[in-house]
Design a binder for this molecule. Structure first.
Ligand code: HEC
Ligand code: HEC
Length: 280
């Protein structure tokens, strides 16, 4: 087993221990709690702080209606597309290896490329790249609500540590060079039924805005600066999460090589380039 795989095993064992912990409970057994158990924000008592958490959840799941490019309130049209955060941060940031938000609040600010990166800046990184739009005002209600929600779903998680399942599934380097043509065949066979033959996704029926299946490329997609536009990121996400509903990291559908190949195909398709000089 390579060193890299050994690292992956430790991560998975950690996660399994977390899952076993569900029944036993933290105090009785000393096992970590199940950080990924679903948390229903609408069962919280109606206090102003909880309403902020609920608004944060709505921003993650109903992004296009609230802050998308066709948002009901024109003053809040910050995103440049109609994607929802939850379409990449699956289960509203509660699915392991789908870029979850469990350790997010506790692990920011962090160092990235020798600079301090705050959570506000990281959220705005997704706003300007994945959402192809403009940054949210740093002290606005939307930013406060997103941070309150992330703090809530990571409540009591360890400070400064990333729990198992954070980020995306690490893949071994591809055994064969990732190949777009093989990827195109995988796309037609396993993805196009939902994402469309041109990767355009499926729009919700008006008056609803947004997508029931998000686009993977084209004018309505994330831009060329987004994490998902990098082959390695897309491959890790796809291997642990797609095709939708039948796939998770314990039960991948595609082989690692197939994930690399289909990611090579998707990331070679046209998409918006970084929006030029947006005002801050
Ligand atoms: C097109 C896919 C996509 C969309 C849409 C998207 N993100 Fe992300 N986001 C990513 C990826 C990929 C990462 C990096 C995951 C990794 O490698 O750890 C990321 C990382 C993050 C992180 C850092 C998490 C951490 O703990 O490291 C935050 C915070 C975040 N996104 C917030 C948002 C919010 C809020 C929205 C909606 C307004 C959003 N994202 C929409 C793909 C997306
Ligand atoms: C059964 C329908 C279905 C199939 C099949 C499917 N997807 Fe998805 N995909 C979705 C849905 C729905 C989402 C958004 C998930 C959510 O909102 O919870 C998504 C999200 C994604 C995302 C992140 C969002 C974005 O805009 O990029 C990528 C990448 C992706 N799928 C790639 C693939 C690939 C590659 C395949 C084939 C191997 C595939 N999908 C097969 C339904 C599907």
């Amino acid at each position: 087993m390579s060193r890299r795989n050994a690292g992956g095993m430790v991560l998975l064992v950690g996660l399994a221990a977390g899952l076993i912990g569900i029944g036993g409970g933290y105090i009785l057994w000393g096992w970590p709690p199940n950080w990924y158990a679903a948390r229903d924000v609408f069962r919280l008592p109606a206090t102003p702080e909880n309403q902020l958490i609920q608004y944060g959840w709505q921003l993650v799941t109903e992004t296009p209606r609230l802050i998308g490019k066709s948002a009901s309130d024109p003053a809040l049209r910050y995103a440049g597309n109609d994607l929802a955060c939850t379409q990449c941060h699956l289960k509203a940031g509660g699915k392991p290896f789908a870029a979850p938000f469990i350790s997010t609040f506790a692990s920011f600010p962090m160092m990235a490329n020798d600079e301090v990166l705050t959570l506000t800046e990281r959220i705005n990184g997704c706003m300007t790249r994945s959402m192809n739009g403009q940054p949210l005002p740093e002290s606005g209600r939307e930013m406060d609500a997103l941070i309150a929600y992330m703090r809530f779903i990571g409540k009591d998680s360890p400070e400064g540590v990333r729990i198992a399942g954070m980020g995306l599934l690490p893949l071994a380097p591809p055994q064969q060079k990732p190949d777009r043509e093989r990827g195109e065949k995988i796309f037609s066979g396993s993805c196009a039924s939902c994402h469309g033959t041109n990767g355009q996704g499926q729009r919700r029926l008006p008056p609803e805005v947004g997508f029931s299946v998000p686009p993977l490329w084209g004018a309505d997609s994330f831009n060329s600066e987004a994490g998902m536009s990098h082959m390695e990121t897309a491959a890790g996400f796809i291997r642990a999460n797609m095709p939708y509903l039948t796939t998770d990291y314990r039960n991948p559908s595609l082989s690692e090589q197939e994930a690399w190949d289909v990611a090579a195909y998707i990331t070679s398709q046209p998409r918006p380039s970084k929006p030029s000089e947006q005002p801050h």
